[in-house]
Design a protein. Structure first.
Ligand SMILES: [Fe+2]
Length: 298
């Protein structure tokens, strides 16, 4: 069995080589090792989800009937998910340029990796895998407010692309696009990927980077080494981050309604030019990210 492993997958390599971004999930290709890796990841994290995940996430997990023993079929997940919020998981072969990614969200589609991390490295994750995308992200998409927030990110990207394409000078377009993409990517990172939320008197995780990491989920909420602050838009959009370490700084939202309104605020800032020159540093914005905004058909 060739397997669909993050570090080695002939099917994915072929799709990437042929330039196919959106693909199917060739379920028959998963190896026994892929299924075992999934089962191990899933069973290991259960007690931590119960202790550290926000209640909406736990409700989402129950609603999706995720298979604990085998790699889930995306089609099965979508059959449960779609009637709830209109969202569906959409299999992809790898990285999706920024505008296309946000545009998928606007259309209630979530680009989803279909490979599973190597069984010998359950804790080391150089790039998203299916456990991150399906077990970490998708349960939140069962919640209406959260789903609407993702759509709002997509609308924000649309406003940004309109603003950028209206500019006459190509150099200025590129500079503006780089800054706006950086701002949006940072805000997405500190909320959807690594966000904390108030739950009564306690804090809980809703960011998928935390919810899909056995180690960091506990660390993010228990460790005295982590700085946890109420989110401020002007801070998050200017704050750089490193993806290969546990996060030293996390931001807290009061509720998903609060998060939704912040994305609306971000969209306003995009239109007003307030994030047209954010501070430099991570994340890296690639040429294909910039081009995706400049050439988007609006
Ligand atoms: Fe993610």
């Amino acid at each position: 069995m060739e397997g669909l492993t993050t570090t080695k997958s002939p099917f994915i390599e072929k799709a990437q080589h042929e330039g196919k971004r959106f693909i199917r999930q060739p379920y028959e290709l998963y190896s026994d090792e892929n299924h075992t890796a999934w089962a191990n990841l899933y069973s290991r994290i259960q007690p931590r989800w119960k202790r550290y995940a926000n209640p909406k996430f736990l409700e989402g997990v129950a609603k999706l009937n995720i298979d604990p023993d085998k790699v889930p079929r995306i089609e099965d997940i979508n059959n449960f998910l779609k009637p709830l919020t209109g969202f569906s998981a959409k299999p992809v072969s790898g990285y999706i340029p920024a505008y296309l990614f946000f545009d998928c969200l606007r259309n209630r589609e979530f680009p989803t990796t279909i490979t599973v991390r190597d069984i010998s490295k359950l804790d080391y994750l150089p790039e998203p895998d299916m456990f991150h995308d399906v077990a970490g992200h998708v349960p939140m998409h069962t919640d209406t407010e959260f789903a609407d927030t993702l759509v709002r990110f997509g609308e924000c990207a649309l406003s940004a692309a309109l603003m950028i394409q209206e500019l006459k000078d190509r150099e200025l377009q590129v500079q503006r696009a780089k800054s706006v993409i950086k701002a949006m990517a940072r805000f997405f990172w500190f909320t959807i990927e690594f966000g904390l939320i108030r739950s009564g008197k306690e804090l809980r995780a809703y960011g998928s980077g935390l919810l899909s990491s056995y180690g960091e989920l506990a660390y993010s909420l228990d460790s005295p080494e982590v700085q946890r602050y109420p989110i401020q838009l002007e801070w998050a959009v200017n704050q750089y981050f490193e993806i290969d370490k546990y996060q030293p700084l996390l931001f807290i939202v009061d509720s998903f309604d609060h998060l939704f309104s912040l994305v609306g605020e971000l969209e306003k800032w995009v239109k007003d030019g307030k994030v047209s020159n954010v501070s430099p540093g991570e994340p890296f914005v690639s040429d294909s990210d910039v081009e995706s905004f400049l050439s988007a058909k609006l």
